[in-house]
Design a protein. Structure first.
Length: 118
């Protein structure tokens, strides 16, 4: 049996962006992460050791968000790579990373979002 687990709308302040000012001033970001893994062992055992620890996933995302990058695509890719590296039992994952109020002259929008799946 396969389960889908999610952490939705994790909020971070980070310093990502192409423009030097974006990296100097920083911005607000939202990250949603979804992953799939086989759950037969944990359904039988009820043992947390057979599960993916949500707090550890959050810490992993925060660690990647704390590394300044020019592109949010790059950050999203690092999050997925770190997740799959730490939890090899994950068979599929998806991350959506949203940059609040991106600096687009004259634009009125809530956010710019990238979604990656593996």
């Amino acid at each position: 049996m396969i389960a889908t687990l999610e952490l939705r709308d994790m909020r971070f302040f980070a310093r990502h962006g192409v423009l030097p000012q974006e990296r100097a001033v920083g911005n607000h970001y939202r990250v949603s992460l979804k992953w799939e893994l086989p759950v037969d062992a944990l359904l039988a055992s009820d043992d947390p050791a057979d599960a993916v620890d949500y707090a550890e996933v959050y810490a992993l995302v925060k660690e990647q968000m704390d590394i300044p990058s020019r592109l949010i695509e790059h950050v999203a890719g690092r999050i997925l790579a770190a997740l799959r590296g730490r939890f090899p039992q994950i068979v599929a994952a998806e991350v959506s990373l949203s940059k609040q109020s991106p600096p687009i002259p004259g634009a009125e929008l809530d956010c710019a979002t990238v979604t990656l799946r593996c």
